[in-house]
Design a protein around this ligand. Structure first.
Ligand SMILES: Nc1ncnc2c1ncn2[C@@H]1O[C@H](COP(=O)(O)OP(=O)(O)OP(=O)(O)O)[C@@H](O)[C@H]1O
Ligand SMILES: [Mg+2]
Length: 300
C-alpha cells in the first residue's frame, strides 16, 4: 500500500480548500492533514448543515480525487455497502452451461466444480462503494455519510475496511487496497457510535462557524453580496442561535437566507424584513414565533 502524503501542511490544506470554495478553520484543516499523514479515516461529527458532507466533497475536489459515497440508512447491508454477486448473471451462466453440455456430442455435463469456480469469479461480482474504494487505482476519497443511521451491527462491516483497508470475499480471497484512500465518515450523533469504530478514526467536531468564518462562507457562496448585508445576516443568525429553539439555523440556512435577501433586492435587513423571511432560516412554527417576537423587541 502506498504511503499517504498528499499535502505538505495544515495551512496548505486550508488554502487548497479555500480555492475550491470551502472555508475551513485551523482545526478542520489540521485534522485533514493528519488523517492523510497517518492514513486514518476522519469521523466528522456535528449539528446538521455545518459542512460535514461538503468537507469530504471539497477535499476530493482539492485533491483531484474521485468521490465515492456510501450513503448510510437504516437497513443498509453488506450487499449494498461492500459487494454482491450478480445472481441473475450467475443463473444465466449455469443455464448456458447445461445447454452447452446437452448439445455437445459425447461430452458429459460440465463439472459442477468448474461452474462454481466460474460463477464466483470477478466477472460476476458487483462492487459496492466500500469495495470500489479499496480496489480503486486512481485517487479516491471515500465518504461514508451519516454513519449513525446504520445499526450498530452493521458498523462492523466497516471495521475491516477502515483499519486494514481490505475486504475479505470468501469465494475470491482478500482484496487489499493498493493505496490508502482518504476516508470521511459523518455523523449527526443521533446515536452513540461503537468504541471499535471510534478507535479507528481521528475525531473532528465541526460546529457552527465563528462569525468571521461564516461571513467568508457567505461571501464565497453568495456572489455579489455586500459586506454590510453579510455582516447583518451573520449577526442576526448569531443572535438567533443563542435562542432556545428546537432547531438552530445552520450554515446552509444562513446561505439560503442571504440568497433570498439578495433575490429580494435588499441592501440591508431591518427587523420587519427579517421577520418576513424567517421561514428560510427556521423550520418550526414555534421557533419562527419565538424568534419573531424577540427580533421585534430587539429591533434587529
Ligand atoms: N465551511 C464551509 N465552506 C463553504 N461552504 C460551506 C461550509 N460549511 C457549510 N457550507 C455550505 O453549507 C451546505 C451544507 O453543508 P453540508 O451538506 O455539508 O452539511 P452537513 O453538515 O453534511 O449537514 P447534514 O448533517 O444535514 O448532512 C453546503 O452545501 C455548503 O454550501
Ligand atoms: Mg451531510
Amino acid at each position: 500500500m502506498s504511503t499517504p502524503g498528499r499535502f505538505a501542511s495544515g495551512a496548505e490544506v486550508r488554502e487548497g480548500l479555500a480555492r475550491v470554495g470551502y472555508l475551513a478553520d485551523d482545526a478542520i484543516a489540521g485534522v485533514v492533514y493528519l488523517a492523510d499523514r497517518l492514513g486514518k479515516p476522519v469521523l466528522v461529527e456535528g449539528p446538521a448543515g455545518v459542512g460535514k458532507t461538503q468537507l469530504a466533497k471539497s477535499v476530493a475536489e482539492m485533491a483531484g480525487a474521485r468521490l465515492i459515497r456510501l450513503q448510510c440508512y437504516e437497513g443498509l447491508d453488506e450487499s449494498k455497502a461492500l459487494y454482491e454477486w450478480n445472481y441473475k448473471k450467475q443463473l444465466l451462466r449455469i443455464q448456458a452451461g447445461r445447454h452447452g453440455a446437452e448439445h455437445a456430442q459425447g461430452a458429459g455435463p460440465a463439472a459442477w466444480g468448474d461452474v462454481e469456480e466460474d460463477i464466483f469469479s470477478e466477472e460476476f461480482l458487483l462492487s459496492r462503494p466500500l469495495l470500489e474504494a479499496i480496489r480503486a487505482t486512481d485517487p479516491v476519497v471515500l465518504l461514508v455519510d451519516e454513519v449513525d443511521r446504520v445499526e450498530v451491527e452493521t458498523e462492523a462491516l466497516l471495521l475491516e475496511v477502515l483499519s486494514d483497508y481490505q475486504v475479505s470475499i470468501p469465494e475470491l480471497g482478500t482484496v487489499v487496497a493498493t493505496q490508502v484512500p482518504l476516508v470521511f465518515l459523518t455523523s449527526n450523533n443521533s446515536r452513540e457510535l461503537s468504541e471499535a469504530l471510534k478507535r479507528r478514526c481521528l475525531f473532528l467536531h465541526v460546529d457552527y462557524p465563528e462569525p468571521e468564518r461564516e461571513k467568508e462562507i457567505v461571501r464565497t457562496r453568495v456572489p455579489g453580496i455586500s459586506a454590510h448585508l453579510t455582516d447583518q445576516v451573520v449577526g442576526i443568525v448569531r443572535l438567533i442561535r443563542q435562542m432556545d429553539l428546537k432547531k438552530l439555523p445552520s450554515v446552509s440556512e444562513t446561505l439560503d437566507w442571504a440568497a433570498t435577501l439578495m433575490l429580494l433586492g435588499a441592501e440591508s435587513v431591518d427587523s420587519d424584513l427579517a421577520r418576513e423571511t424567517l421561514h428560510v432560516l427556521l423550520k418550526y412554527q414555534s421557533d419562527i414565533a419565538k424568534a419573531s417576537k424577540s427580533l421585534a423587541v430587539g429591533g434587529a
